[in-house]
Write a protein of this length. Structure first.
Length: 76
């Protein structure tokens, strides 16, 4: 498990961005401790990489959420 700080550094995004993605349901932490700390698993790195790549293609966050909900390889 990676802390939000570790995950944000690996993915080159801010912790604020990760909190926002959690709020809108785009990328939820794998675990939230009783104290509110967010933890991400290493398998979520692939999802974050996909989000970053789709943002580079100028897709909106709702469009990205739709793609993540139905990750059809041919559609991509």
């Amino acid at each position: 498990m990676l802390t939000i700080g570790e995950f944000s550094r690996i993915c080159f995004v801010t912790k604020k961005t990760l909190r926002h993605y959690d709020e809108i349901g785009l990328l939820r932490p794998d675990h939230v401790a009783d104290n509110g700390y967010r933890y991400y698993s290493t398998h979520q790195l692939r999802t974050m990489l996909m989000i970053c790549r789709l943002k580079e293609y100028s897709l909106s966050l709702p469009e990205i959420a739709g793609i993540l909900a139905d990750p059809d390889e041919q559609r991509l």
